[in-house]
Design a protein around this ligand. Structure first.
Ligand SMILES: [Zn+2]
Ligand SMILES: [Zn+2]
Length: 643
């Protein structure tokens, strides 16, 4: 390292800028911040004392990161954004380069220097905006803030007077990447840092066992500073606010539990008590805080409860209870959510449709929170659904947060947390509640259609088989016979039917511009039972002003249904048009001939269930969307459609 040594302009002690690129150094003898300005030094005066953050790091610690040269923590910067403080550590590498290690609420982010592409000005950058950062990719602006440079220790790579406000934007990129655009004290971007969340183990750093970690961290015996009730802090490194479960007062966990808002009783009683442990998605979570939130639409308040879950290695999750419908909710980096169309977003290979938007308020809080929660906090929220999942965004002026919820049956929650009694019955249909018909409707339709196909195939098979010919006769009508007279009538030869079935009677006659009518009867020789029928062949053709025309044909058929086995004859009495005698006719009798109406009835029967199911599914979806900003029709939200 190409270091640089000088005498402190304030106390004359030795100042060491160990890293050649450092521009600011806090004198370890007198505490003055001294900047390098070319060959000269400028004294910014004494820096403030360090804020006692729960940091587990210290200047001088050595580590290794992903095959880079070994590094040492050479500088520490403390920043305050108004509702919290965090530490930025300067990692100086053996080759003279450096990076930031940001430490906030027990989480660490490695942020390395990257080439600064053209970037929006600070007064123009907005949360939710996408910014092309060049080689690292396209990022989404997740946070835009100013933070006060409170104090420092060691050396730092910039020349800024302590106390200045520093402008920055945090961005979220693909694959868990994070970026910070640093605007310094102005509006133009000055530097870009790109990195990701890391663990101390990734960095080869061992946390120190600590004397000045904040009081909360040590505390089994904490007491509410308002009511004196015992407080158990379950996430001491990360908690910013505590709402006392005894009196409901809101306390500042970063400032010795100073009372921020005094109350005299807890505002509500959570269904899952604070401190409950439950295993969900393979992790044992502890409930550390509960909020009641609400949206108000047209004067009606719609409340729900959010349970904050904590596990030291996995961080925070939420359980959300809205009208008895429960969801397990995980945070999502903004950079992993893609807008793929109007009101459509994509995340984890799912496409989410916009369900509703509104302004969500924090009404009541109990327990611990990792941010500076306050009653009355308001964010603009949007929910997008792809059952059983929900994607939600919440934004205010300076931050946007995305989360991913999975619908969880209430019984599972009760079992996981070993709660007594049963869960309250869910009301209506939740936005992302899985439909009991999902998948089933498709399956039922495909099996019904398959069955109809089989029936139709069988029908075709028999149709081309054409039934069994049981009788065939060419009948001559004596030229002397009179229409309708007994001598024109005839009994056919006997035929035998061996199985019950229909009978098709087909007649073919050489009529031309005339007709032949057969008055028929099917006679069972054994029982004497008679089934009457008639057949009419008529054919007319000619030429008129429109051209040639024709009507009817030289054939006709009829059916007798459900004929039992037995010996049969037919009696046929013909009549014809006066002056148009017919020489004869040809008769064919077939048994068991398939009929199309039978297929149609079978198809209708087979389609009954799919149609009923589709209708129920439609009703379910209609009820789901009736609560959204995109209702199909206005329907009452009564419990209709539940089974
Ligand atoms: Zn000094
Ligand atoms: Zn209290």
């Amino acid at each position: 390292m190409s270091g640089y040594q000088a005498s402190c302009p304030s106390c004359g002690g030795t100042l060491v800028f160990a890293l050649g690129s450092s521009l600011l150094c806090v004198c370890e003898h007198c505490g003055s911040a001294v900047a390098r300005k070319g060959a000269n030094l400028a004294d910014y005066g004494k820096v403030a004392a360090l804020i006692p953050t729960p940091s587990v790091l210290a200047l001088g610690m050595d580590g290794d990161y992903e095959g880079a040269p070994p590094f040492r923590l050479m500088g520490r910067l403390q920043l305050d954004w108004g509702q919290g403080t965090w530490d930025e550590w300067m990692m100086g590498f053996g080759d003279g380069t450096w990076a930031w290690l940001s430490e906030s609420q027990g989480r660490f982010h490695y942020m390395g220097q990257a080439a600064l592409p053209p970037a929006p000005r600070f007064d123009q950058i907005e949360v939710g905006q996408t910014v092309d950062l060049g080689p690292p990719g396209t990022f989404v602006v997740a946070e835009v803030r100013s933070a006060r440079f409170v104090t420092a220790q060691g050396e730092l790579p910039f020349d800024v007077a302590p106390g200045s406000a520093l402008n920055y934007a945090d961005l979220s990129g693909p694959g868990g990447q994070m970026a910070t655009l640093d605007y310094g004290t102005g509006d133009g971007a000055e530097a870009l840092y790109v990195g990701r969340e890391v663990s101390l183990a990734d960095l080869g750093l061992r946390p120190r066992e600590d004397e000045d970690r904040r009081v909360a961290a040590t505390g089994e015996s904490l007491k509410c500073t308002q009511c004196g009730g015992p407080l158990e802090i379950r996430a001491p490194d990360r908690t910013e606010r505590v709402a006392c479960p005894w009196c409901g007062s809101l306390l500042d966990a970063t400032r010795d539990l100073a009372v921020l808002a005094a109350l005299d009783k807890p505002p509500f009683k959570p269904l899952i008590p604070l401190g409950s442990k439950g295993r969900l998605q393979g992790v044992e979570w502890t409930v550390i805080g509960v909020m009641e939130r609400s949206v108000t639409v047209e004067g009606v308040r719609y409340p729900w409860q959010e349970y904050l879950l904590y596990e030291p290695r996995h961080g925070f999750r939420w359980l959300v209870d809205a009208k008895g419908h429960w969801s397990f909710v995980e945070p999502v980096p903004a950079g992993d959510v893609q807008e793929v169309g109007s009101n459509l977003y994509r995340y984890r290979d799912r496409t989410f449709k916009h369900f509703q938007g509104g302004f969500a308020n924090v009404d009541h809080v109990v327990g611990e929170f990792y941010w500076a929660v306050a009653r009355g906090d308001q964010t603009q929220s949007h929910d997008f659904v792809s059952p059983p999942c929900m994607l939600s965004s919440e934004r205010d002026e300076s931050e946007v947060n995305w989360s991913f919820g999975t619908y969880t049956p209430p019984d599972e929650i009760w079992k996981a947390f070993r709660l007594v009694g049963g869960p309250p019955r869910p009301e209506g249909v939740a936005p992302h509640q899985p439909s009991p018909y999902a998948g089933r409707v498709g399956r039922v339709w495909s099996s019904a259609l398959l069955a109809i196909g089989v029936v139709f195939f069988v029908y075709l098979f028999f149709l081309f088989g054409g039934g069994r010919m049981v009788h065939h006769q060419s009948v001559a009508i004596p030229p002397t016979a009179v229409s309708g007279s007994p001598e024109a009538a005839l009994f056919t030869d006997r035929f035998v039917l061996d199985r019950t079935g229909n009978l098709e009677l087909k007649v073919q006659a050489p009529v031309s511009n005339s007709w032949l009518y057969l008055d028929g009867a099917l006679i069972n020789e054994e029982t004497g039972e008679v089934d009457e029928f008639d057949l009419e062949v008529s054919y007319y053709a000619g030429v008129d002003s429109d051209g040639s025309w024709s009507e009817g044909g030289q054939g006709a058929r009829t059916y007798v249904a459900g004929v039992p086995p037995g010996r049969y004859v037919l009696r046929l009495a013909p009549q014809w048009e006066a002056g148009h005698p017919v020489s004869g006719y040809d008769l064919e009798v077939r048994s068991r001939v398939p009929r199309f109406y039978q297929v149609a009835l079978a198809a209708l029967a087979l389609l009954f269930w799919p149609i009923v199911l589709s209708w129920r599914s439609f009703r379910f979806e209609m009820e789901r969307w009736s609560e959204s900003d995109h209702a199909w029709v206005s329907v009452s939200s009564s419990g209709e459609g539940e089974e």
